[in-house]
Design a protein. Structure first.
Lengths: 188, 188
DNA sequence: GGATAAGTTGAGGTGACCCTCATGTTTGGC
DNA sequence: GCCAAACATGAGGGTCACCTCAACTTATCC
């Protein structure tokens, strides 16, 4: 039986929303190590209130980014349903780049692990498993090079977490096509 | 007439060397924003001595990284003299990835600009001009795709500043070959 | 070996951030 | 309207890094 969630008082709910909004902005610009006092300031709320609502930094991070992570998992599911497997593969990469290029906080959420926020890691796991299917389909159809691995996705996206992501993802995709593949170095 | 450089006293020279060595290690692991007090501690020298020798953080950064930057410029020159233009292009990328993957400080030096240390920016400029020639040769020979630009080099290297750089540079190179090129998105 | 310039030291002022808690305020049910 | 529980507040103690400077130490030159 999980802990019973009592509803927040009206003012508390309002402040919570202000905090999450402010955190989204600040994390988005300055990353997950941004100052919590800055977030409280921007929310127009005292630092004590922030700690009342979110006892740890990770709790606040989860409140901000669990939604976006779930959206990402949905993108993966949509990608798996594309008629053309390559198009699905490209679709998911594009959505991922798009999101991460616009939000430094989200980029860091995707590349770190959060033992204290199992819900986040679970969603990431789920999205990863779905994308694995996308990869397999694209390889089975002969469009994606056979030596592409799930872990290479992290590289692809982190490489393009910047404003010119469309151009640079295009380079990467040209390198990912089966027709372009030259043998990879043997080192693991 | 530039400021006459008086030679350092023997103990001062020794401390300077200790500081530069410690800074190389600390910047390499923790990046350019690392704590200066940590560097002084590791050098076994007081924080005051650090400030005596290097009045600003940038002065210390320059003392550590000007040499490596010049090395990088030499790599570019060597790359320009390869018989096979593509091999020269690959050579310079490999040297750059190798260096940056091993040194977080150097990675940041390459991606930031330093108005207060014109010598560093000048070396980077020089290396960039040389590498531009490497690019032109490789494009003229039909091996490198025609739409590759000098700025794409930064993307390529920053994307591979990690331990698995060989594998991921291989992907990138497959995407950089003329034979793999699909049209890039029109946006600039 | 003594004078002096060069160099070293670390305590301390400043400021940012973290987190807590005693005190004061607001909400919602009766 | 009143009250208890829920909530907000911000001063304050702790940590860490930055940078300065007055007092002390050492190298160098004669």
């Amino acid at each position: 039986m999980p802990t019973e969630e009592r509803p927040l008082r009206r003012d508390a709910q309002r402040n919570r929303d202000l905090l999450v909004t402010a955190a989204r902005e600040v994390f988005g610009c300055a990353g997950l190590d941004a100052s919590l006092e800055e977030i409280a300031r921007r929310a127009g709320v005292s630092i004590g209130t922030l700690y009342n609502r979110f006892p740890t930094r990770v709790a606040l991070i989860e409140a901000v980014f669990l939604g976006p992570l779930e959206l990402s998992a949905e993108h993966a599911e949509r990608a798996a349903e594309f008629e053309d497997p390559w198009d699905g593969f490209v679709y998911f990469l594009e959505r991922s780049c798009e999101t991460q290029a616009a939000d430094r906080g989200f980029t860091e959420v995707c590349s770190r692990s959060f033992p204290d926020a199992p819900a986040m890691d679970a969603v990431k796991e789920r999205a990863g498993e779905t994308f694995r299917k996308v990869i397999c389909r694209a390889q089975a159809s002969g469009q994606l090079r056979a030596d592409f691995r799930l872990e290479d996705f992290d590289f692809a996206v982190s490489a393009t977490a910047h404003p010119q992501w469309r151009r640079h993802l295009a380079f990467l995709l040209d390198g990912f096509r089966a027709e372009a593949a030259h043998p990879l170095p043997d080192a693991d």
